[in-house]
Design a protein. Structure first.
Ligand code: PNS
Length: 159
């Protein structure tokens, strides 16, 4: 049974992330969505809120677990005894960063492999940062994020 860790900031979860996870479930038996708790990045949503939003989206399947981590991704994978990291690839701009990260992770722990899944073309240019920026400026991002995320974004930005 192959389990993959799908790490990220998920601030917030987008439909691009959701489509990567759903595609990942075609390949992997289980996916652990691992939310990076990174205070330095000054996220819009707390780690608890980010975890909760992902759970709301995948509550119907026990093949998706949502967790959070601090520190090195490879340490988290070792702790969870998982040897596959799943990442999504969007436009070419992602490639260099993802290559660097995969190589760094391989350097740190050669037994862990990174597997990439191409993002659905409908969400090729969707990123959490652009979603936040557009939402902050009053743009309608409701088709780019799950409904519960759109609601929470509205609440958060109203506050
Ligand atoms: O969604 P993001 O922000 O592109 O995800 C990046 C993430 C969380 C996968 C990456 O920053 C990460 O793994 N951070 C943990 C620290 C680490 O292991 N760094 C060394 C590998 S570059």
């Amino acid at each position: 049974m192959t389990t993959a860790v799908y790490p990220g900031s998920f601030d917030p979860l987008t439909r691009g992330h959701v489509s990567i996870i759903r595609s990942g479930l075609v390949v992997f038996e289980r996916i652990i969505v691992a939310v990076l708790r990174n205070p330095r990045k000054d996220p819009l949503f707390s780690v608890e809120e980010r975890v909760q939003m992902i759970r709301e989206e995948f509550g119907d399947t026990d093949r998706v677990e949502v967790d959070f981590f601090d520190g090195l991704l490879v340490d988290y994978c070792r702790k969870r005894k998982v040897r596959v990291v799943l990442r999504g690839l969007r436009a070419v701009a992602d490639f260099e960063y993802e290559l660097q990260m995969a190589n760094m992770n391989r350097h740190l722990e050669p037994s862990i492999e990174t597997v990439f899944i191409m993002a659905n073309d409908a969400y090729f240019y969707v990123s959490s940062n652009l979603v936040k920026e557009a939402a902050r400026l009053g743009g309608d991002v409701s088709r780019l994020v799950p409904d519960s995320v759109a609601r929470r974004l509205r609440e958060k930005l109203r506050a």
